[in-house]
Ligand binder design. Sequence first.
Ligand code: B12
Ligand code: SF4
Length: 476
Amino acid sequence: MDEASIARYVREQKIGLVGIGAMTRMIAKAYRMADAVRAAGVPVVMGGPHVTEMPDEALGRDGGTRHADAVALGEADETWPKIVEDAVRGKLKDVYAPVDDFGQERKPTLRPYPSIPWDAINLDQFNIVPKAAYPWLKNFGGGWGTFRIIPVESGRGCPYGCEFCTVTGFFGDSIRFRTNESVVNELLLLKARAKSEGGQIAVFFIDDNFAINVKRTKSLLRDIIAANAQVHWVAQISANLLRDEELIDLIAAAGGKWIFIGMESIDPTNLAGVNKGFNKPGEYAAVLERLAQRNVYAITSFIFGMDNDTTGVAERTLQQIRTWPPGLPIFGLLTPLPGTPLYTRLHDAGRLTRPKHWQEFIPFTMAHTPLKMTIPEAHAEVLDGWNRSYSPEAIAHAVDSLDHKPLGYRINILVARLCFRGIYFPMMGRLAWVKVIAQNRKTIFNLVKEGFTGRRKVLARAPVRSSTSDSTSGAD
Ligand code: B12
Ligand code: SF4
């Protein structure tokens, strides 16, 4: 919705209170929507990581426009009912903080946890296959015309305190978990839904570090297996926690298909510089092999523009990636988010070029000067990383490198590659999709043909592990 349509909607539906949550990168839009809602005479409460760090900005106390009638700081599980009560009485306070009667910060427990009616909720909102791609993807069979990724939370918090990350400051280093039983019950509801409706459903465990307490994670995975509650799922786990073979066996047996790993850099100096020295680039390959042996693949996330990065960092990173089992590499730029130690460090060093970068969000654009390259050079590196990792040749190579695996795995990696880019480049419209499908037609055709005939294309190609430094069509 744009501003005019949201204003019309709240009036027509006679909505009495609007709550808006936003990350830093979408806060400018959130403020515009809030302004439109307030102009329509409806009060707005804002929450989430950005306004928690910058409440004065949302409330107009920094000299700017006021966008919110009230701000909920931190985790609002327990403050939200109070906010609604006050709104009903027409007595909203400016700020709601999650504190006890003595003013001490209180972190909500996740036991008990509200039960989510997954048997009734409309799941269309979680479908990541754009309508434009439906006619092609449905031909794959296996329900690939829709791919709904359902967020499920099993715990909160990560104590590692990486310098650029909001999580440790926001959720605190107090780690909390739901009961295994409540998580398993959610999975059972989703599994039944997938069975009755068809289409692909996967769960995204949104915990910041799903295995932060390995003992508890193993116990949850064992309970999922015992209850036969396996659905395909994705989770975020740091590489150091994936040394444990038993954990990986359980991940695979419990339905784990993709693990998001914040690798950030292949350079230990960079990692030490952002307080992430617990990541050991020397063990990345072994971790990914260990996962791939159990048919679990990785979303490997990298940050460019770090203090020790120089030009060519994309190519150096891709050279490493090409030696690993196929996965989904993603690339971003080091971003000083408000409230993080990184923001303070760069601010104090006078290195912020756009101190309030969120007021004018520009995708893949730095807000500070890197130490060993220029801002345009850093921008070029991140685009190079994306372009070469998702070129038709790279996608074909990733699919072909799994030619010893069943068709399902290769379809999975193809669809994931085609759709995943859409999360980061959501501007992909119908025309862009037609282009992507046309560029990848050979790979798609081969898989569809194999699906119908059962005959596999015999591949004549270089060994997967060979690393090529071919510049434009490099495969990862
Ligand atoms: C899931 C997730 C995603 C998913 C979202 C998919 C989905 N359908 O949910 C995906 C993978 C797409 C994603 C992408 C990105 N993400 Co993200 N993501 C998360 C994650 C892991 C979970 C969010 C969540 O649901 N949390 C659980 C709920 C309970 O917490 P919550 O949302 O904070 O809500 C609580 C409070 O904030 C508050 N609250 C929130 N909203 C509101 C509203 C009102 C009215 C009220 C009263 C209260 C309130 O109350 C809630 C209950 O306590 C968080 C980390 C985290 N643990 O939160 C990062 C996080 C939100 N992501 C982050 C980032 C940076 C990104 C990316 C920009 C990464 C990148 N470099 O590309 C991209 C942006 C993509 C885009 N297109 O915009 C940062 C945001 C930091 C910031 N200051 O903005 C976080 C915090 C992670 C981090 N390491 O710092 N992300
Ligand atoms: S390990 Fe991940 S979630 Fe934890 S502090 Fe570091 S970046 Fe944040």
